[in-house]
Design a protein around this ligand. Structure first.
Ligand code: PEP
Ligand code: MG
Length: 854
């Protein structure tokens, strides 16, 4: 049987139609309603997701006929069609028949078993009896969308004749509001036009329609004016000028439509200018649009800190001891500088990634390196600069020769630290990227320390040829809010300083001297993004609720005490991931229990009643700890990291567990173990926790006996047997940074394969879904703390997949909450379900983008 869907702005109206139909056919029809929106303040409207769901609920091989009331109902129905698989789209027909009469006629035909063509014909002819009775001729019945344009089925528009002897004035305008002249803007248009005595007409120039009367809501609506269409308004009469001024103001004000929705949706839905020969494609790394002149930050300037290379002058010294002391002093000064950079990054960037500078500190203490330098100074009577410079060059060359992308990244660190010492020895004051004017920084690569010290008010964008979206310097850029594109073709390095560049960090496109059209589109996109950001901050402190009041917890990922305050100021409802590595990385020995306790307590104190999830030490991988006997590994991400290391070094883990347990007294602390691959690992970790608890109990040291214990789900094996893990713990937190790299077998630090390690790939999304289902089936809660949560496009998917909590970098919290506030749970579920059916991350993004243009 042909199914029927009623789409209306009003739930009441649609239900009324349903009731009438039911009476006519005694319930023998497959009919669904999509009407109104989930906004108690403003319930009139239509929703494409609802329409999609209604169609799906009555769909059969016989097809579905959709009847709509007016305006945006038509657009919502058209969008709903796009969500359907192509083979189903051809069986769903949008019909321009009048809603009440059409629905009844169609239902009667469908209930009697007529095929689609017959049902359509009946619906189209539904006005004939009424028109005949009124003596009105209907020239041609309303048609089906796609076969013929909807025309004047309610009576042809009158060709209004200008008032004799009066001058006709005319204006041309472009309609910019998102849904064009749909029912409500059209009503405002008509209300405005009827305030004047003049005869006013309007036509849709873009569609080449004829003029219609501006005082007829039907005729104005039927012009089919969409966003971007040009209209012409004419006015004839004594107050023609005033009328046109008023109508122009109305159109320019977007008919008073909600610009907030327009602005924030434009973050991901504004049109992207076409790529031209002057544009380059890279990997999107940090979102946002930047428009500014270019500034080439050459590798030599990176190395030599934006000055001419420091000349390493080699000379013979009489007293090697003095040289050695000079070097010792330089090392101490460098230590202070790096420590300052570390602190600055921790505060400003608010992410454990700042701990990359710990590696720099360790480098300064490397005994092998220092011994070699000392030997040169004493044996060859060399000056400190020459001895140091030669050894650094050797180390860097050794790294280079390995030609391993991961190790190449380490070269940048070696050179960075090496140059710092040379600069200090030469007495040159510290300099960073010093721009007198705002610019877009172009470089082959940026070291983390270059990036951490960038001033976001001067460096408006970053273009680099190396890198991956998860490289340390890129994560720092993202935290600083600087739009960035990485992995660009080398042509970008040939661009002369001062050349106008535009960077779209969301799409990975860069335009060199963009065309005016391109520039205009990007300026609009930039403006709307900035407006959306300000609006999001304003509401960030409210709970994260969907339109239908479904709540999600939004917490922060932090890596230091300083991050905590920033997290709260951004609207975090607690800390979902405290990366404790920062406590271990910049020192020669592991932190004591007391040292750790102080930090955990300080963070818990700042959080007050908010929860704090402390993750136990997750070193290894890209964060080796030489003082703990960690040796370089061939595959560090598949090696001795996280819980594997901790279980083999029980002393380290026990000390940390004692500190965490003690900090839990009087605070909302939870504990989380990283890199869990087997049930035996979590059982061993829990056994150790129980031992420490027993010790504390015996010693009368207070701790929270009910402290929740969770694991990070970041290894595919943990997903596969999630229901077994769910019996062991109180919660799961999905670590999609690692999960993506392991599911896709793509090292997250290797630019060559970085695009593969995309958490929005359906393969990863299905893993998330599987984990959520296992957790909920066992009655435990599940969160997610990977970088993907900071991607605004991920918000509907994560909500729709049923996550109870997300934890993300603090600056991304306002935008996440705002994205959730625009959705209903039903919409999010449809989006999530649709994304799971896609075959690529690109298609997943497309699905979300299309859904958000509702
Ligand atoms: C993750 O893997 O997603 C995660 C949050 O942990 P990290 O990035 O510290 O490995
Ligand atoms: Mg991880």
């Amino acid at each position: 049987m042909v199914g029927i869907v009623i789409v209306s702005h009003s739930k009441g109206l649609a239900e009324g139609v349903r009731e009438l139909v039911a009476q006519m056919v005694q319930g023998k029809v497959s009919l669904a309603v999509a009407a109104g929106i989930d906004d108690p303040q403003n319930p009139l409207g239509t929703d494409a997701i609802q329409v999609y769901e209604a169609i799906a609920s009555v769909y059969s091989e016989d097809g579905v006929l959709v009847l709509m009331d007016l305006g945006s109902a038509l657009m919502s129905a058209e969008m709903a069609l796009e969500f359907l698989p192509p083979e189903q789209q051809t069986k769903v027909h949008l019909c321009a028949a009048p809603l009440v009469e059409g629905a009844i006629a169609a239902a009667v035909a469908a209930a009697s078993g007529s095929d689609m063509q017959r049902v359509i014909a009946e619906a189209q002819a539904a006005l004939v009896p009424k028109a005949t009775q009124l003596g009105i001729a209907i020239s041609h019945p309303p048609s089906i969308i796609g076969e013929e344009q909807v025309t004047h089925d309610m009576g042809a528009p009158e060709e209004a004749s200008p008032t004799a002897g009066q001058i006709t004035r005319e204006i041309h305008l472009t309609v910019h509001n998102r849904l064009g002249l749909h029912a409500r803007p059209a009503a405002k248009f008509v209300a405005c036009a009827t305030r004047f005595k003049s005869q006013i007409q309007v036509c849709n120039l873009t569609k080449g329609s004829s003029f219609v009367r501006a005082d007829s809501i039907n005729q104005v609506t039927m012009l089919g004016v969409r966003q971007g269409h040009q209209i012409v308004i004419t006015a004839t009469g004594t107050d023609a000028n005033e009328a046109l001024v008023a109508l122009e103001a109305l159109v320019q004000s977007h008919f008073g439509e909600d610009d907030k929705i327009l602005a924030s949706q434009a973050i991901s839905s504004s049109p992207t200018p076409a790529l031209s020969p002057s544009s380059l494609k890279g990997i999107p790394a940090s979102p946002g649009v930047a428009i500014a002149p270019s500034f080439q930050f050459k590798k030599t300037t990176v190395v030599w800190h934006h000055a001419a290379p420091i000349h390493v002058h080699e000379y013979h010294v009489e007293n090697p001891e003095t040289e050695w002391q000079r070097l010792q002093l330089a090392l101490r000064i460098a230590q202070q500088e790096i420590q300052a950079l570390l602190t600055h990054s921790s505060i400003q960037i608010g992410d454990a990634e700042a701990s990359i500078f710990d590696a720099h500190l360790l480098f300064l203490e490397d005994p092998m390196l220092l011994e070699t330098v000392q030997e040169r100074i004493f044996a060859l009577h060399l000056n400190a600069e020459a001895a140091w410079g030669a050894v650094i060059e050797e180390v860097a060359n050794n790294y280079h020769q390995l030609e391993d992308p991961y190790l190449q990244e380490r070269v940048a660190d070696v050179v960075d630290v090496g140059q710092r010492i040379l600069r200090i020895l030469s007495g040159t004051p510290i300099t960073t990227v010093d721009l007198s004017q705002p610019a877009i920084l172009v470089a082959s690569d940026l070291t983390p320390s270059d990036t951490a010290s960038l001033d976001p008010t001067k460096v408006l964008g970053i273009c680099i040829t190396a890198g991956s979206a998860t490289a340390h310097s890129v994560i720092l850029a993202r935290s600083l809010g600087i739009p960035a594109v990485v992995g660009l073709p080398s042509e970008i390095l040939q661009v002369a300083d001062g050349t106008l560049l535009t960077v779209d960090g969301e799409t990975g496109n860069v335009w060199i001297e963009p065309e005016p059209d391109t520039l205009a589109v990007l300026e609009v996109k930039q403006h709307t993004q900035q407006t959306a950001r300000q609006q999001a901050l304003a509401v960030a402190h409210q709970p994260c609720l969907t339109r239908d009041r479904h709540q999600m917890s939004v917490l922060a990922n932090i890596g230091s005490i300083e991050d905590t305050q920033q997290a709260l100021s951004m609207g975090a409802e607690g800390v979902g991931l405290l990366r404790t590595e920062f406590l271990y990385l910049h020192r020669p020995t592991a932190p004591t229990e007391e040292e750790q306790l102080k930090v955990y307590q300080a963070i818990a104190q700042i959080l007050g009643t908010h929860p704090l999830i402390i993750r136990t030490l997750d070193v290894g991988g890209d964060k080796p700890l030489p003082y703990l006997g960690m040796q370089p590994e061939t595959n560090p991400f598949l090696g001795w990291r996280g819980i594997r290391f901790c279980l083999d070094r029980p002393q380290i883990l026990q000390t940390q567990l004692r500190a965490i347990l003690r900090a839990s007294a009087g605070h909302q602390v939870k504990i989380m173990f990283p890199m869990i691959a087997t049930v035996a690992e979590i059982q061993a970790a829990k056994a150790m926790l129980a031992e420490v608890q027993a010790e504390l109990r015996q010693a009368g040291i207070p701790f929270d006996e009910k402290m929740e214990v969770g694991i990070m789900v970041e290894i595919p094996s943990a997903v596969a047997i999630a229901e077994q893990f769910a019996q062991e713990v109180d919660f799961f937190s999905l670590g999609t940074n690692d999960l993506s790299q392991y599911v896709m077998a793509a090292d997250r630090t290797n630019p060559q394969v970085a695009p593969l390690a995309d958490a929005l790939h359906p393969a990863v999304l299905r893993m998330i879904q599987q984990t959520v289902q296992a957790a909920h089936a066992a009655g435990i809660w599940v969160g997610l703390c990977g970088e993907v949560a900071a991607d605004p496009l991920a918000a509907p998917i994560l909500l729709g997949l049923g996550l109870d909590e997300v934890s993300l970098s603090p600056p991304a919290i306002p935008t996440f909450k705002e994205a959730i506030a625009k959705l209903t749970m039903a919409q999010a579920r449809v989006i999530a379900t649709t994304t799971l059916q896609q075959d690529s991350a690109a298609k997943v993004r497309e699905v979300v983008l299309n859904s958000l243009v509702l």
